[in-house]
Design a protein around this ligand. Structure first.
Ligand SMILES: Cc1cc2nc3c(=O)[nH]c(=O)nc-3n(C[C@H](O)[C@H](O)[C@H](O)COP(=O)(O)OP(=O)(O)OC[C@H]3O[C@@H](n4cnc5c(N)ncnc54)[C@H](O)[C@@H]3O)c2cc1C
Ligand code: SF4
Length: 578
């Protein structure tokens, strides 16, 4: 094995969190940082040259190759897990920028209660109301502690939106249910495509509080505090599953790499697949990886950071035998516990008489309501806890991915009648969607699969996960609200979401998988502290949504970035003795 010279910090994964941490450390300290990324280099110029819907959105060019690595899946620990051989319920990214290259850019903050879910629900409704088998716990950090870092992440991204709570002052037109913000959004809201405007007007009339989705698909030319300038979005509709051709959507390659590429202390190595964190005497000593030529290398480092996304972070800890694996039978062990996946569904498909111009859009151009989020409404007589967001996002109705949705009144599934209906409804179809809380449960977890292996011969990660009645009832409740809104929007026909049954590993839901290496206030119940520092190996950090103790309703990346800023600051200020 080739042994390389020691570096100050080695970061595994060149996505949103890994490159942000590298930017902060190389900007605010003299540390040498090596980032190891298993995928290829990516640049905005690539997206200009060869954008194509079949290749990117259908054949998933930017995602991991399931022939190299995938997960195995089962519903319960009594079942036999099988490998997922085609991407299904989520889409892990690869290459510089990670999932951040082809994300949609929807960037909500979590609600203050999200960070202390267990105490909040326990205090308000009592233990007896908590869902059976839950594994909820507080995160060990509060919204107020994280607020300054949210603001730094929002400025870095150039987020577009409208504040609904500035220092406790509620502002109509923003999300009046959000936690207090110290600042207005860096850029104004995006322009609203027609369908989103219908949602806004209908929900307003119904007494809800609609607001523009917080968008990293920036509404106007913006210069961030690092001096990086990005142009405003042109609503081409090729956002999620693609890189932005003009750099309007904040991506690691157009927002962090321009800074990093000027730093002599930053070293990026692509096509380098990390297989183990090497430990000695209770500390991380570096990582073992296979480079682009297939050679095994050892990169020694004073500090090791896992930033390879929630599933891979958990897998690397398990493969490296760091920490006790979680055992659902005893509830002991911490690595792999609290696996969650944001509840996400097309609550109502809506069919209108008039064309909607759906080809105009962006990954986060939309409107949402937070009136049924978290615990902002009384759950006293309801058969579930938690809540979520209802929204319409006009992401751009690209023909291959979206053609062929017809209302239930069309009985034909092929032939000329179906073709006529599909053509007629193509631009008359809209989706009203929901995001919901996914609580953590004792039965949902990750461990190493005993049978199936990746291309290097390492065990795959095994998901054991299913929905419970809490998510099913929450989803039904929100679907009912969505149908009422769809009617008020003027939809002539509506197909409601049929409801959650078993967790479906084949239906794309979102790439918002959390947990596995959660943060908390003690090593008995968590892998890392609130600085995402490993409890027992203090020079090891595990960053990203793997540290989230459950899945709050909204999307995770902004919170992962805010936590990364906080971790970087603590390392730079030598608060953590590394
Ligand atoms: C289609 C799509 C739309 C999305 N939309 C949104 C959205 O609107 N809002 C939102 O909040 N989130 C969204 N997400 C999720 C978002 O992309 C992720 O939350 C975010 O990228 C996570 O950042 P990360 O740094 O943890 O991981 P990533 O950005 O995925 O980076 C991890 C990197 O680690 C690398 N890696 C993994 N294992 C290894 C290894 N063993 N060795 C070396 N490198 C390794 C990977 O190749 C990858 O580049 C979306 C995701 C997808 C796929
Ligand atoms: S819709 Fe806007 S942000 Fe998205 S890819 Fe097009 S120009 Fe970029």
């Amino acid at each position: 094995m080739k042994k390389l010279p020691e570096t100050d910090v080695v970061v595994v994964g060149g996505g949103w969190t890994g490159l942000l941490l590298a930017k902060e450390l190389t900007t605010r300290s003299s540390r040498e940082v090596v980032v190891l990324e298993r995928g290829p280099m990516r640049r905005t110029a690539d997206y200009i040259d060869d954008m194509d819907e079949l290749d990117y959105a259908i054949r998933l060019r930017m995602m991991t190759d399931v022939r190299h690595e995938t997960i195995t899946f089962r519903h319960t620990s009594r079942d036999r897990a099988l490998p997922v051989r085609q991407h299904g319920s989520f889409l892990p990214g690869t290459g510089v920028g990670g999932g951040g290259e082809h994300w949609s850019g929807i960037s909500y903050r979590y609600q203050p209660e999200s960070f202390r879910m267990l105490s909040h629900y326990r205090n308000r409704y009592g233990d007896a109301r908590l869902p059976a088998g839950h594994a909820l716990q507080d995160w060990g950090i509060t919204y107020d502690e994280l607020e300054p870092y949210y603001w730094r992440a929002e400025q870095m991204l150039g987020l577009s939106g409208k504040a609904g709570n500035l220092g406790g002052r509620k502002i109509e037109g923003g999300n009046v249910f959000e936690g207090p913000r110290s600042h207005e959004y860096p850029t104004p809201p995006m322009k609203m495509p027609y369908l989103a405007a219908l949602f806004r007007d209908a929900t307003n009339k119904m007494g809800y509080h609609p607001y523009p989705m917080p968008a990293a698909t920036t509404s106007q030319t913006y210069r961030n505090p690092d001096g990086v300038i990005r142009s405003g979005c042109v609503y081409c509709g090729y956002c999620e599953r693609y890189g932005c051709m003009i750099g309007a959507k904040a991506q690691p390659t157009n927002t962090l790499m321009p800074v990093l590429s000027k730093r002599k202390s930053f070293h990026l190595r692509t096509e380098c697949w990390v297989r183990r964190v090497v430990t000695e005497g209770g500390k991380a000593r570096g990582v073992m990886y296979v480079d682009a030529q297939g050679e095994e290398c050892f990169q020694p480092a004073k500090v090791v950071v896992l930033a390879s996304w929630s599933v891979n972070n958990t897998r690397l800890l398990l493969l490296s035998k760091i920490g006790e694996p979680y055992d659902p039978a005893t509830g002991k062990g911490v690595v792999g516990r609290n696996l969650t996946h944001q509840v996400s569904a097309p609550a109502a498909m809506m069919f209108f008489d008039e064309p909607l111009n759906r080809f105009i859009g962006a990954g986060s151009a939309g409107q949402s309501i937070g009136d049924v989020d978290g615990d902002v409404f009384d759950h006293g007589s309801l058969p579930f806890l938690g809540g979520g967001l209802l929204y319409t996002v006009c992401y751009g109705f690209r023909p291959m991915a979206n053609f062929g949705v017809v209302p239930g009144s069309v009985k034909a599934q092929w032939g000329s009648e179906w073709k006529k209906a599909a053509l007629h409804h193509y631009d008359r179809t809209g989706r009203l969607s929901l995001y919901g809380d996914h609580f953590a449960y004792r039965a949902n977890y990750m461990d190493l699969d005993p049978t199936y292996k990746d291309k290097h011969g390492d065990p795959l990660i095994r998901f054991t996960m299913d929905w419970t009645d809490n998510e099913r009832k929450l989803c039904d409740y929100m679907t009912g609200k969505a149908v009422e809104i769809a009617k008020a929007m003027g939809a002539k026909q509506i197909t409601p979401f049929p409801g959650l049954r078993r967790y479906d590993a084949t239906r794309y839901q979102s790439t918002h998988i959390q947990g596995g290496a959660i943060m908390g206030s003690s090593p008995e119940s968590s892998v890392v502290n609130s600085y995402q520092q490993h409890w027992t190996a203090p020079n090891l950090f595990v960053i990203g949504a793997s540290t989230f103790a459950h899945s709050p309703s909204s999307n995770p990346t902004l919170t992962a970035l805010a936590l990364t800023y906080r971790t970087a600051e603590a390392i730079v200020n030598k608060k953590l003795n590394v």
